[in-house]
Structures are given as C-alpha cells and as structure tokens.
Design a protein around this ligand. Structure first.
Ligand SMILES: Cc1ncc(COP(=O)(O)O)c(C=O)c1O
Length: 409
C-alpha cells in the first residue's frame, strides 16, 4: 500500500500517454501536393471529391458532402432533411453543444430525452412520451463511438413518420448490426475536429442514401447553387461551408491509417474492459452484441463512489492525474443548464427568445448522474498506448481505492 501521489507519494507513472494527432510522410506529401497544385479550394481541386467518395463508400452511403465542421454538417443535414421553424427534434441530454445548437439554428426546437446509463446514448424507452404533433426528427448521438440502438429508433421513426439525423461526430466506421452508422438514418454527420480519431484540425461530412437530402445538403454548403448549375445562380439560402483541398489531403492520409489505429484502440479497450470490470465500484459500459464495431473515440466507465469511501468524482480525478493518468471528467453539466439554453439566448447578441420551454427544469436524472457523479473518460489517444500503459491505469485506480480513506481525512 504505497502513499497516494496527491498526498506526496510516488506516482504510478511519470511517462506521458500518447499524444494526438499523429502524422507521417503521407500527410506531408498530400499537403505539399495541394500547395504546388495551386488548387487549394474544392471548386477546382479533386481531393475533396475523392475523399467524399472514399468515405461514403466505406460507410455504404450513396452520397458524401464534405463541409467545414461537424457542427455545420448537423445544421445543413437538418435543413436538407426539411427541418425548420417550429419543428421539434428529439436529442439526448448527454452530448456536445452542437447537437442542440444546430437544431436551434434551423429555427427548430430541441427536445431533450434522457440517456440509457449503460450506453450513454438516447434511451429509446423514453422517446415516445416526448413526441408531439410538432416532432419531425430524432437526432441520436453515437456517443463516444458506441452506436445508439438504431433498431428501436428506426421503429419509432417509422411509427411516427420522423426523420433520423445521426450525430455520428464520434463514430467513424462504427456499426450497428453490421451496418455502418451515419448511413442508416436520413442523413449522418461526422466531425474531423482536432480531437477526433480522423482529423484535419477541423472539418465534417454529411452522408446520406437519399438523393434529395444529399442534393440540398450540397447546395446549402455551396452558396445555394445547383449541382451542375451556373456559377452566379443561387436558388436556396445556403452559404460557403466548403472544405479545402488541404483538409481533404490530411483526411485521406488519416483515413488510410484508420484501420491500423482502430485495431490498437480495440485491443486496449477490451483489455481495460476485462481488468476494470473486476474492480468493485467501476462499472464498464454495456457491450451490446449488436454493436459490431465501435470507433472508441472515448473509453467511458462509471465511477461508483461508495466503493471509494465516498470520495467524490472530482477528487478521484485529481488523485488519478497526480498518479500520472490522462483522464477527463467529461461533460461537467447537462446541456439543459448551459447558459445559452437556460437563458433561451437564441436572439441577436444573446437576446432571450421565449419559446415556452424552461430547459433548466427538464428532468434528466441519468444525464445529471453522468455529469456530476459517474462518467469518467479516457480519450482515444490513451487507447493508442501499450498494454503496460493500460495496466498502469488499472494500478492507479486500485491504488486510489485501497487508499481512499486517506482522501476523506
Ligand atoms: C457529439 C458531437 N456532435 C457534434 C460535434 C461538432 O463537431 P465539430 O467540433 O467538428 O463542429 C462534436 C465534436 O466536437 C461532437 O462530439
């Protein structure tokens, strides 16, 4: 029983965990080729178009439309699916802010549904009670890379004639029952922002199997032009949301390396599952057999403070950091109490727009528990480490548990 590092003892490790992003000569060659080509934008170059094709094919989607971020992808996909003013869109309470703001930007209203604590995805059993005659779509998030229950969601969407816009921002190549997510609903949206497992610093893509949705998404991303239309003819209220050729060059290299890195993340996540599930007070997430592939953007587990002498989550995290761990508490508050939602600050310069909802009073007990008490994240860069790195994580948790009474003195 060694003394905890936070109390002056030796830390479990001092070596850093792997950093992200990674690159090699492929990224360098791609960037230099674009630079020399003088075709830096996608209106002339071919790299964005080629990446769109490769990425869509890999996900068994007919169409791919690259844009400048995952946030943009969500916003344009909603608009392209026909969502707009006054419509209601269902989404989980535990997600990144863009899932909600993209809905508000279209003029629609986000309606929050609590999460299933075993997956941190939208709980299908709680969806129907939130459906009204204004509900037009569900926006499930494949959180951390673990697919939402698409079987249940498709059945609900079918019953109530709803669109499904998948927030697959964290789920490149994840599969539900053998089908790649992002290509199951009306449209799916991915992010290539710098923390993501495939990154160009920023970027996003919309996938769809629906021709009309894809055509509108393309037009909205390209100033409202038509696919083979005239340069100075603008038909819809779009914008310039295009991706650059530099981004596409980086993305193609990252995408080519993806399977190799995914295999390392998979191996380490399974190793962690096996070891952590044996520790009292550590709840690993459910491995549903219908999840046939998981991008493992974040390795999540649920901290049970009762098994750690009631040491609260934030204190446990500080102790882990002092032991040399790369660890995150994740989202610190539910989206519903974010100032923009709590204050309905949707108008110009944050002006309140009263839409008749008091977001702060929406009850989402599982989301709250995840934010305040239980969710612990290891981000994907940690999963790129060695077996020894993973065993250090296990050692640190056990060490803190064995010495947890020292943290409550
Ligand atoms: C679940 C989720 N949705 C949407 C986004 C938005 O993507 P971006 O940061 O590329 O705009 C992110 C990423 O940050 C995300 O994690």
């Amino acid at each position: 029983m060694s003394k905890l590092a936070i109390l002056g003892g030796e830390p479990v490790r001092t070596r850093p965990f792997p950093t992200w992003p990674v690159h090699d000569q492929d990224e360098l060659n791609g960037l230099i080729d674009v630079l020399k080509s003088n075709e830096w934008g996608s209106t002339k170059g071919q790299r964005v178009k080629q990446f769109e094709q490769h990425y869509a094919e890999y996900h068994d989607a007919k169409y791919g439309i690259c844009v400048n971020s995952g946030t943009t992808a969500l916003y344009l996909a909603l608009k392209a699916a026909g969502i707009g003013c006054g419509d209601e869109v269902l989404l989980p309470g535990y997600t990144f802010i863009a899932t909600a703001t993209s809905i508000i930007d279209t003029g629609a209203v986000p309606v929050f549904v609590d999460i299933d604590p075993d997956t941190y995805n939208i709980d299908p059993a709680q969806i129907e009670e939130k459906i009204t005659d204004k509900t037009r779509a569900i926006m499930p998030v494949h959180f951390a890379g673990r697919p939402a229950d698409m079987t249940a969601l498709l059945a609900i969407a079918d019953k109530y004639d709803l669109k499904i816009i998948e927030d697959a921002a964290q789920a490149w190549g994840s599969e539900w029952n053998g089908r790649k997510v992002g290509a199951i609903g009306t449209a799916g949206c991915f992010s290539f922002q710098s923390s993501k497992n495939i990154t160009a610093g920023e970027g996003g893509i919309i996938l769809s199997n629906d021709e009309e949705t894809a055509q509108f998404a393309r037009s909205y991303s390209n100033c409202g032009r038509l696919a083979n239309g005239v340069w100075y003819e603008h038909y819809y209220l779009g914008g310039n949301y295009r991706m650059t050729e530099f981004q596409a060059a980086l993305l193609q290299a990252q995408f080519n390396r993806y399977p190799q890195l995914k295999a390392i993340r998979d191996k380490n996540a399974l190793l962690l599952d096996a070891h952590l599930s044996r520790i009292e007070g550590v709840k690993t997430m459910k491995n549903d057999p219908r999840v046939t592939s998981n991008s493992r953007h974040i390795y999540i587990w649920r901290y049970q403070k009762e098994a750690f002498n009631n040491v609260p989550k934030d204190k446990f995290i500080n102790a882990m950091r002092k032991e040399g761990m790369y660890i995150s508490p994740g989202y610190s508050i539910p989206l519903t109490v974010q100032p923009v939602l709590k204050n309905l600050a949707f108008g110009p310069r944050g002006k309140r727009v009263d839409i008749g909802i008091d977001y702060a009073s929406v009850s989402l007990p599982e989301t709250e528990k995840a934010c305040y008490d239980e969710a612990i994240w290891f981000t994907q860069n940690v999963l790129l480490g060695t077996e020894e790195d993973m065993l250090d994580i296990v050692k640190a948790i056990v060490k803190i548990q064995e010495n947890s009474k020292d943290l409550v003195k």
